[in-house]
Design a protein around this ligand. Structure first.
Ligand SMILES: NC(=O)c1ccc[n+]([C@@H]2O[C@H](COP(=O)([O-])OP(=O)(O)OC[C@H]3O[C@@H](n4cnc5c(N)ncnc54)[C@H](OP(=O)(O)O)[C@@H]3O)[C@@H](O)[C@H]2O)c1
Length: 237
């Protein structure tokens, strides 16, 4: 690969996605920032990444995903790397989850992650190499009673990662980072219980997720289909 590797991060205007974008930019990647509704925050993240280009799309629609990757290819250049970070999170009693609630989560967390992988992989295959990192969740590894639909979507992201690692080899690696509790000063009572149960005894920082993403994006191609929990050991309990 000549020049800085080009990476698109979805949902990169705010929170974990923003920190991943800043970290990758700082470490020499050419960063493209995707956002949906957070325009002002995306512009700020762009400035923090040295004027990185920003791209708007609603990933709940596959036609929007296709348009996004077409625009990225034309305006930014074909991707070497992709970080699928955008997601939704809701809390419901399992008996109250409606079909709309289920689709709201799965359309973005699982379906969009697959179609972003497909579009990104097409650009990477054309260049003979690529790296994909899907952000899953501890909730895809451990069951959370009030987030059955979310847990199922993130477990789907984990199996999607493993199956795509086989399907896209040998040119493209596909790995996943599974965050545990990552706090932004928004700790409620149930999150505090998880922090109390975490062997490392604290919430995680977005920078720690970003470091795991960087690892997979720069790791040898012999490392593929792997899930790295960044959770202070909570998945081991
Ligand atoms: N925070 C945690 O403790 C934690 C724990 C485990 C796993 N995770 C995972 O880590 C990742 C980042 O977490 P986070 O808390 O930073 O996420 P977040 O703030 O809930 O969401 C990240 C971004 O996803 C984008 N997004 C949502 N729906 C979209 C849609 N229809 N189309 C396009 N973009 C959409 C939003 O973009 P706009 O704002 O531009 O609309 C949002 O800023 C997610 O995959 C999450 O599941 C987080």
């Amino acid at each position: 690969m000549s020049g800085a590797p080009r990476v698109l991060i979805t949902g990169a205007a705010r929170r974990i996605g923003r920190v991943i974008a800043i970290e990758l930019s700082r470490r020499g990647f050419d960063v493209a920032i995707h956002y949906n509704t957070s325009t002002a925050e995306a512009e700020k993240t762009s400035r923090e990444c040295g004027g990185a280009p920003i791209f708007q799309a609603d990933l709940a629609r596959v036609d929007e995903i296709r348009r996004l990757f077409r625009e990225v290819g034309e305006r930014f250049g074909p991707l070497n790397c992709l970080v699928n970070n955008a997601a939704r999170f809701t809390r419901f009693n399992a008996l109250d989850i409606s079909e709309a609630d289920w689709d709201f989560i799965h359309n973005v967390n699982l379906k969009a992650t697959f179609f972003c992988c497909q579009e990104g992989a097409r650009q990477m295959k054309a260049q003979g190499a690529g790296r994909i990192v899907n952000i899953s969740s501890l909730g895809g590894i451990r069951p959370w009673a009030e987030h059955v639909h979310y847990c199922a979507s993130k477990a789907g992201v984990i199996m999607l990662t493993r199956a795509l690692a086989k399907a896209l080899a040998p040119e493209i690696t596909v790995n996943s980072v599974a965050p545990g509790v990552i706090s932004f000063n928004d700790v409620d009572a149930s999150t505090q219980l998880m922090i109390d149960a975490t062997p490392v005894r604290r919430a995680g920082k977005p920078e720690e997720v970003a470091q795991a993403v960087y690892f997979f994006l720069t790791a040898p191609d012999f490392i593929t289909g792997q899930i790295m929990a960044v959770d202070g050991g909570l998945s081991q309990r």
